[in-house]
Design a protein around this ligand. Sequence first.
Ligand SMILES: [Zn+2]
Length: 60
Amino acid sequence: MATKKTPPRPASAPVPPKCGPCDGTGEVPVTVHVGRKRRAVGQQAGICLACFGTGEATTD
Ligand SMILES: [Zn+2]
């Protein structure tokens, strides 16, 4: 009774599209500003808001 049905697989596995802004890394460099003049003091890694850190482009 335990018949397993395996769905037919496509010949090539679908590769998720790579996110553009972060180049698939899920992180983007964010410039850190301080002070009233908003002087840039450096950069830190921030989560990519385009893919929310997944590195995969959303298809919506
Ligand atoms: Zn991204």
